[in-house]
Design a protein around this ligand. Sequence first.
Ligand code: OXD
Ligand code: MN
Length: 605
Amino acid sequence: MSCCESPSNHEKLNAWVKEIASLTEPDSIYWCDGTKAEYDEMVQSLIDAGLATPLKKRPNSYLFRSDPSDVARVESRTYIASKSKDDAGPTNNWIDPKELKKEMTALYKGCMHGRTMYVIPFSMGPIGSPIAKIGVELTDSPYVVINMHIMARVGVKVLEVLGAKGEFIPCLHSIGKPLLSCQDDNGKWPCAPIDKKYIAHFPEEKTIWSYGSGYGGNALLGKKCLALRIASVAAKSEGWLAEHMLILKITRESDNKVKYIAAAFPSACGKTNLAMLVPTIKGWKVETVGDDIAWMRPGKDGKLYAINPEAGFFGVAPGTSMDSNPNAMHSIEENTIFTNVALTEDGDVWWEQIGYDAPGKLIDWHGKEWVQDKSNKDQAPAAHGNSRFTAPAKQCPVIAPEFEELAGVPIDAILFGGRRPSTIPLVHQAKNWNHGVFMGSIVGSEITAAALDLKVGDVRRDPFAMLPFCGYHMGDYFKHWIEVGKKIPEAGRPKIFFVNWFRKKDGKFAWPGYGENSRVLKWIFEQCDGSGKSVDTPIGLMPDPANFDKPDSVSEDTLKEILSVDVEGWKKEIADIKQNHYPKFGNKLPKELQEELAAIEKRLG
Ligand code: OXD
Ligand code: MN
């Protein structure tokens, strides 16, 4: 084995790297320095191996096609291996840590044969921020290295902050495809079969072991594994919050007043679009601090400070267009990695709902020729539904300068939302913090006809949009939110809102969404500012439709409908929470949430 010398004097780190190398038996070890030269070299090796295609139309950008078995996070193979099953709770796949380690150690034995083991020191959060955390990922995937270069702060500077004794989170990753001598990947995305994939978290040891997948959240271990599952456990014991939330900055230009908003929505509800929103109303500006994850800590001045721990966007491509999200489109003009999108003849990318028809013959995400047939509604898509772009956050035209702020930004409002065609109004505000925690606990999206095995109209709950990402018992997590609220003085406590861009009327969306959501953000801003007007209702505070800044495309009647309390619908909602949702958390459901539920029920009459 050839070995590049460790640049670190951290004994524990060096010992761990050695231990893993003797288990996985790579041909060589390489310590990543995070430089552009390193990135370029790694990309070249991927081009040479037939795994990356340079895109003529986008400078320094590349297309990858994964194996069809390795296209998304695999929740069924994602585990919380806490000592006690009860600590993982009812919403996680629990597995005994000893058993799992035995099984995975056998898989890791010799799994890096014929490959290099890369050591990636990374910081989640601006390097040196008191809210940031350091991780070190060991991986045999150069694709992971280049993605980590974009998604996290990587390299020598991180080792400097780590020093000889600093704390780091060990993240072990292998694609699980050793090479025999003289073999190479032959242009085929390497990974292990689905039943050999494991995305494992050991919360007591704050360690991550991932095996068998090279895709997204399964392999870029700083993102969902560290910044949400492991961080949520650390946050509970250290008194802060690790959340699946975007962070945006909104400015009222008339007096340059600013508010910072964090918002949690289940996956595929438009978080990236909201984070980069272009307001349709004059005099307002939205800038992006983050699009997926927020780490929030009570500050000494009694406010809640948030950072975006990531350095890039790992966004879903289909549906992204100049109409839906022009700022995302500008963010991916160069220096971007595309995975599983389609390739055009002139060397550009294309995906469904990009805003224009496929320009001629394409190569689809399987690597096959594809010609658009608009008469065939069942035509298989050219880009995979979960195809992605990985782009540096600093390329976003509206990235807020505070994105690099070590102390984070003070959060004024927290939003929850989901896809709810009925019942839930366009916006309502919690009466107090615990009512807001109740709102977070009931987040969900209504099941549509697309999911045939589930009952249409039922709500699939995704509390705080953290269902696949909370590293411990969800009942304890609710309690933790209540406790954090107590630590923030009333004056500094963010106000909490529930929004629903997805109300339907006569089968069509009742609210136009996208840039028009700025009208709702304006009302939220004014509520935080003390200048807003609201009506008190049984479910919380709501705008008075008569004073609401309405778009022309929405009639007064429709606005009234989506800004009113559907008493019968809410009674059904309460019954569903009582019968199907809250019982899951057993005696860990905080009494405060039972009280909030009872209070709303009483107010509804
Ligand atoms: C994501 C997700 O990829 O939430 O961000 O699934
Ligand atoms: Mn997400």
